[in-house]
Write a protein that binds this ligand. Structure first.
Ligand SMILES: *Cc1c(COP(=O)(O)O)cnc(C)c1O
Length: 379
């Protein structure tokens, strides 16, 4: 059996090599490496695929979030509600934009932001909610859009982890993640579903005025007011990344299908486990399995990870610490342990297993065997 890896960038590259070589040599021959035709052409490909009016590629998903927040022109100090269980860059971008992050608890099954928790956090100072489409499927957009309409705030979609997932509204219209709310962002950082060489991101919106504003700000190197601190200032995407992404976007539905198949095999293998919960699907969303996340008893999680490591099985904890208990946010906004119990429990009990298009059933069987036998022995 081959070594088990968390991701399969190399194998994906090998398969696309002829097409990528072609794209790179065209780019090198033109020598338009700054703001060249590749960037515009990637923007059009994103607009086509996602069915969104305007896509603006940039250097990072975090840049995209800074640009999106600035394009909306929100009042300083406005409250932005976001899930306590997600990537810390989301909260950092909000704080760096002069806005106040308000952490909402998440749902115990899908781990996405809980609309009931959001509604209890709404105040006259609420300016936006960020719907983070976690691990490959969409958050409860229908409920969030309804709340936003009632209380007059914006919905920002973060589809960094769910590029290619789609969401069906109660009226049966279906949209791609990133095409539904007021404004959205995505990321092309290598572990993400559509990945460049080093990094990349994009702002997505149907509103021409916001698209124009974001583009102007990107040209100027970001909004003037933002105290980006540890975050870098928004920058354009590299032409090399744009060329690579445009090739890869054509294969996104193949990758998606292959990952769904891997997930189905895992589901079946873990059916008899008893002590673990396989990923729960949101019935309105498709799931592209950016991560395959098991939930296990919290007191066994770290030991399970060590046990798997001893058997050469890599795994990752996304995310070990909910945002409201991370030092800087806890101190600035006075949160304490117990404030958001579901996010805290989820952070203590999740484990992401190897998930990529090159995983074999033999490898998956080996992973499941070591996971289940450990849990049954210690549970
Ligand atoms: C990765 C990620 C980001 C940030 O994207 P970068 O390209 O790494 O800046 C933002 N939000 C979510 C949910 C992410 O997973």
């Amino acid at each position: 059996m081959e070594d088990i890896k968390m991701t399969a960038q190399k194998a994906q590259y090998a398969k696309l090599k002829p097409e990528l070589d072609q794209a790179f040599s065209t780019m090198m021959a033109s020598m338009e490496l700054q703001d060249g035709p590749q960037v515009k052409s990637l923007a059009r490909a994103l607009e086509d695929y996602l069915q969104v009016a305007h896509a603006l590629p940039c250097a990072h998903g975090t840049d995209a979030l800074l640009l999106a927040l600035a394009a909306l022109d929100l009042p300083a100090g406005g409250e932005v509600i976001l899930p306590a269980f997600c990537d810390r860059f989301v909260a950092e971008a909000v704080a760096a934009s002069g806005l106040q992050p308000m952490f909402a608890d998440v749902l115990p099954d899908t781990f996405t932001i809980d609309p009931v928790a959001v509604s209890s956090l709404v105040t006259p100072g609420t300016v936006a909610v960020i719907a983070v489409h976690l691990f490959g499927q969409c958050a409860d957009l229908a409920e969030l859009l309804q709340l936003a309409k009632r209380h007059q705030f914006y919905v920002i979609e973060d589809s960094a982890q769910s590029f290619g997932a789609s969401y069906t509204m109660p009226d049966n219209t279906t949209y791609r993640a990133g095409a539904l709310a007021d404004i959205a962002i995505t990321s092309f950082y290598p572990p993400k579903p559509l990945a460049g060489m080093d990094d990349g991101g994009a702002v997505l919106t149907n509103q021409p005025a916001w698209a124009r504003k974001a583009e102007e700000l990107l040209r100027k190197g970001g909004p003037n007011n933002s105290q980006t601190g540890a975050l870098s200032r928004p920058a354009p995407i590299a032409a090399l990344d744009a060329a690579l992404l445009e090739v890869k976007i054509k294969y996104i539905s193949d990758y998606k299908q292959a990952r769904q198949q891997v997930a189905a095999v895992y589901d079946q293998l873990f059916e008899k486990c008893g002590l673990c919960q396989v990923p729960v699907r949101n019935s309105r969303s498709t799931h592209i399995f950016q991560q395959y996340v098991l939930k296990v008893p919290g007191h066994l999680r770290d030991a399970l990870q060590q046990h798997l490591q001893q058997h050469y099985i890599p795994s990752t904890v996304y995310y070990p610490q909910p945002l409201h208990l991370q030092n800087e946010f806890q101190l600035s906004y006075q949160y304490k342990k117990g404030d958001l119990p579901v996010a805290e429990e989820v952070a203590a009990s999740v484990l992401s297993l190897p998930m990529h298009t090159e995983l074999t059933e033999e490898q998956q069987g080996y992973i499941a065997y070591h996971t289940i036998s450990f849990l049954q022995e210690h549970g």
